[in-house]
Design a protein around this ligand. Sequence first.
Ligand SMILES: [Zn+2]
Length: 354
Amino acid sequence: MSTLIPVTDVTPDLIARMPKVELHLHLEGSIDPATVLELARRNTIDLGVRTAQETEALYAYRDFPHFIDTFVRICECLRRPEDFTLVVERLGARLAAQNVRYAEVHFNPEPHLRKRGIAFGPLLDAMNVGRRVVRARHGVKLRWIADGIRDADSGPVSVTRTVDWMIESGHQRGVVALGLGGLEEGYPAARFADDFARARAAGFHVTVHAGEITGPEAIRETVKAIEPDRIGHGIAAVHDPALMSDLARRRIPLEVCPVSNLRTGAVARLEDLRLRELDEAGVILTLNTDDPPMFHTSMTNEFAVAADVFGFTLDDLHRFTLNAAHAAFLPPNERETLVARIDADYSAMLKTAT
Ligand SMILES: [Zn+2]
């Protein structure tokens, strides 16, 4: 599709109004400071803060381990299944406000059971109460990605258990894929190859965080051992032209989260992501937020960054959204419906903009 709007007309208003799809977003990292405070109060947890402003101050990190520490503290506030319903409803409202039509939301089921006694079934049932509200109230469609954690306190069994639960009841509860997060260094994806093979055999899709704070070899190893449908981040690929060609040839999309990479220190400057080189090498890019309030970002902000820092046009941004819609873990007919809706909404938006 050719745009009716010149590059210079990529305005914040248009970016906000564009239809969007998000594929890489963590439920536990999506909780805004006011909701964290509300949850802490209702579950009588002392976070050492009393106001939303003070809670906001928790969302400033010295480094990556400090960010993980904050993430774990926030998870401590999620004590009852109903807490997850609230968190999903709040997330859905924020996605709708940015014109996100579809999102795949990661969550970490194993620690919620091990640390706080919330089992996979009740957890997902509560999340699905929120999911139905979000669909009815805002028209936003959500699906779940159950993440295993590489460096879980309980060891690699954390991932194995996650797959067991998915096989038992994941399909009927809106889970579409197995993901893998946590510390990359020292925990290669190959270690979990059997778990991923089991998930895939049971009909689930597969996405793996790789090459976020590690080098291109971690992506190579992941592609070889797991053959994922998508890669979370994968930004290190830009340092390896042969790998970029390989990702392009295999059509493995990257779930890129620029502001997250800046906030965690994965890159010193946004420019270092060199998204234009990845795009020009034919790598399929999608734009995402990772943990939006924790990184002070949003889908709208990520789009603005892509335009401002890398000079992507409105059509480029729309192309990334279509990439995401095509890479969605939905049945083919639902995927086609999503692609058609995104295209129609974008065309309608362009008409009202001229
Ligand atoms: Zn992530």
